[in-house]
Write a protein that binds this ligand. Structure first.
Ligand SMILES: C[S@@+](CC[C@H](N)C(=O)[O-])C[C@H]1O[C@@H](n2cnc3c(N)ncnc32)[C@H](O)[C@@H]1O
Length: 244
């Protein structure tokens, strides 16, 4: 009898474990499925949780150097700075770069334009200051920082909106745009094909973030870059927007 009871307890524990495991894997799959609903996606913003300590550690080791050096990444900066800002901002215009990392964008501006960059990654800012000692770079959080001016000609969110509450950040900064002429630049990345990996919900972030940005600002123009990364084929969408 005690043996039968022991079998019953072990058996039911095993069944409960297997059912629980199956349900957990189904939930994980649901959360990472490409068919994730639009509203579900919005409720999960920010898409990527930003781990400042890890990012600082990786920046120190050089893991993120490619953002400042890779051809695709520099092309993106060249379009934001060397095309849109050059063509549409005044030669003496003021540019605010939120989530600027090492300040790569400043390489592509007209020297008479004023550049101010902020990033939560203090190591990235340090690296930027070593490489570009005359550029105005500060370590600070987009959610709380106080920029030096009350108005800017251009505000840039270059590959950074995944990490923040998009609505709160856009609402916080759009009031700093020079009325009528000021504009915002947003760049967002998306994998088109991944090498040997399954797509995750993060790989579908762009549409959700873009929907929020478009609800708050008026899209004016955009350019898409398609290139190869070490993880597969990717696209960077670079968009110019104005106050609605
Ligand atoms: C993918 S990198 C892009 C860096 C740079 N804008 C570029 O285009 O090369 C995203 C950057 O956003 C920064 N970031 C993330 N959350 C932030 C926050 N709350 N405030 C300021 N910067 C933030 C990160 O530290 C990181 O440097």
């Amino acid at each position: 009898m005690p043996l039968r009871l022991a079998f019953l307890i072990v058996g039911s524990t095993l069944v409960a474990f297997l059912v629980g495991f199956k349900m957990a894997t189904m939930l994980v799959r649901q959360n990472t499925s490409p068919s994730m609903s639009f509203l579900d996606g919005l409720s999960r913003l920010p898409i990527w949780k930003f781990d400042k300590r890890q990012y600082d550690k990786e920046t120190k080791k050089g893991v993120w150097n490619f953002m400042d050096e890779d051809d695709n990444e520099r092309s993106r900066h060249a379009i934001v700075g060397g095309v849109y800002i050059r063509n549409h901002a005044p030669p003496n215009g003021s540019i605010l770069d939120i989530g600027c990392a090492t300040g790569t964008l400043s390489d592509f501006l007209i020297p008479t334009q004023t550049y101010e960059g902020y990033d939560l990654g203090c190591e990235a800012i340090q690296k930027g200051l070593q490489k570009r000692p005359t550029v105005n770079l500060t370590c600070a959080d987009a959610a709380t920082l106080t920029p030096s001016r009350t108005l800017y000609d251009v505000i840039v969110f270059n590959e950074m909106l995944y990490f923040v509450d998009v609505r709160a950040v856009i609402e916080r900064y759009r009031v700093l745009l020079r009325p009528k002429t000021g504009f915002i630049m947003v760049s967002l990345f998306k994998f088109l094909q991944l090498k040997g990996k399954k797509m995750m919900k993060e790989d579908f972030a762009r549409e959700n973030i873009t929907a929020i940005v478009h609800a708050l600002l008026k899209p004016v123009n955009k350019v898409e870059i398609i290139g190869e990364t070490f993880d597969g084929k990717a696209s960077w969408c670079i968009e110019m927007l104005r106050l609605a």
